[in-house]
Design a protein around this ligand. Sequence first.
Ligand code: FUC
Length: 760
Amino acid sequence: MKTLITIALVMTVGAAVPANELLLWSDTPAAEWVEAYPIGNGAFGAMVFGGVDQERIQFNHDTLFNGQPHDYVHKGAVEHLPAIRKLLFEGRQDEAHALANQEFMSVGHEGSNRQRAYQPFGDLLLSFDAFKEKTPDTYRRELDIDNAITSVTFELDGTTFHREVFASFPDNVIVVRLSANRPGAINGTATLSSPHDRINLTSESDELLRMTGQVKNGVTSFEARLQARVEGGTVTAHDGKLTIAGANEATLILAGASSFVNYKDVSGDPVEKNRKTMARLSEKSFEEMKGKHVEDHRALFQRVSLDVGTSDQAKQPTANRLKGFDAGDPQLVALFFQYGRYLMIACSRPGSQPANLQGLWNESTEPQWDSKYTCNINTEMNYWPAEVTNLAECHEPLFTALQDLSETGAHVATEHYGARGWVVHHNFDLWRGAAPINHANHGIWPTGGAWMCQHLWWHYEFGQDRDFLENTAYPLMKDAALFFVDSLVEDPRSDKGWLISGPSNSPENGGLVMGPTMDHQIIRNLFANVIEASQILGRDEALRAQLADMRKRIAPNQIGKQGQLQEWLEDKDDPNNKHRHVSHLWGLHPGNEIHPQQTPELAQAAKVTLAHRGDGGTGWSKAWKINFWARLLDGDHSFKMLQEALQGNTYPNLFDAHPPFQIDGNFGATSGITEMLLQSHLGEIALLPALPAALPTGSVTGLRARGGFEVDITWKDGKLLSATIQSLTETECVVRYGDTQRVLKMTPGEKVILRGEELR
Ligand code: FUC
């Protein structure tokens, strides 16, 4: 046991945080996929099981989807739009569903109206025959999220074996290191497997194994390439395996690539890509690769620290802390918060695909909901923590996808709505399908693109990058707004002249309608952001005026007869409906139009709605409620939702359990914990706005606030001790703590330290 503790300490030396704080660990190998530990470099990643005699490293590449480049547009759908709206205005929803299902949905593969699914790549399997049927004397498996290395250490027959696995972004490979404290002790085989078609294993040399194939039910081809380097001993290739014998140490390097070039083109050469990747590493030692990997990861990860106290429970295997999680284990809050940041770095880096429903990690050829991109909550939730927890670069893959979607979505806007601009419905896939899918009773929801535009605006708000605003964000946001300029309609049933959205859905609740509240909140937000951006850039004055005029006429939030916020135009909410989506609270979070201080009546109505919906729900639903309650400035209820999520919707490897695994809940929780400590959506920086009693003392560094600020906060006994605010630009900001406000005038780079007493 002593050896193991020493190793754990040695491995975290040099980290900015105390040992063990940023570790997931277990005293057994993973029996299930959701016990394995995830690693990733944005595009290429794996789940590492840590078996003693059989190690399974199940790997993914984020470009492996089934299907092929495809335009999902339903030509001529627009002809039926007036009739669908008319049926809805007349209250004939069943007929509207029937007509829309027939005439308005995507035209997908072989007549289906569905999109395509994310796929696993394959397995790297290591076998150690000498360990078969033996029980090690000691065993420890870890995921150190501070250095992004997962490791296994065990003692067997007097020898200590150590395995480290990481996915390097700079080198674009997965690296496995096998070592032992006795020379010549490394003996075993390594092979590759895949569930796809035309799998072929070949060796070009004794050190190299290649696996080629083609995605089942798809056209994308791929290659995985495994190189073994041994120190002492030998490596030989035969029968589709690499055999290592009598080595002191061995390094396995795995590269993976596909023929995907972009959503319209799959003519790339994965063999050539891998050859280049490997060639670049030919002179690099394991230590060099590891050093570069750790440095790259920490450059992002260590920007933020969170300390809310230590827990005795950290001495327990991580999974044992979940069921009984409460205020007595504050360290798990920090670990879960940082785990979300770890996962973001691992599954979304510049050049990769955005984080899908499972981030990057998927072992099934038929994953739940195709493990694609559901943008009626899930995709956006994935990116809630990106800016505020100082991982702005990780946001980029979403923006690249939005560029694609603005192209496919423009075709949908024309063919389905006769409108300018672009539109995305509730899902997209690698082929950037943007038309409605599955069924009219949830698939026709035109505000997916508009919601994702909020992320473009946030990227500007937090980072103040005018170039990004001008060249990337504004053109996309403006065109997204144009879609609604052309497609909002005046409600003929009312004399109020309200503009409404539709046909649409309040996500997944109640079927096709005209004018769901959420749509209006999203569109108001989009219009406001386009107006502000156009002012900053000094552009499009006429459009700005038009958007401002239309914005005022969009149907407002309404409070219903039970005091609830209405989900629809009509006052028909069922107080017993526990539906997981609480879409009409979008304006509370992630929107900014409902707030206890600025719109107290609406905030009260939001509370009534949350009371009706209850504290249950899927993983992401609870995660959203952490954020909602923090925005309602009720830190204790927010913490309760975190407790619900950890106790009931978290797997042993801390993956969110929808169930099944869906990564949004991880990111939603990281965002929610941040919202307890810092909010900046109302033109002021609110310090500790929703601090729960369960976290009375702590500190956080490196969070970001809108307007271009970095913020550190320390607190004790539930009260602010100090806050450090650094400005990126020449600016003025308002800082709030409770009811007290302070105005700061700052120059670029200036740091202002505020003491708690000054703000009380
Ligand atoms: C939406 C949600 C489900 C699930 C799916 C991927 O449809 O309603 O709960 O998260 O997306």
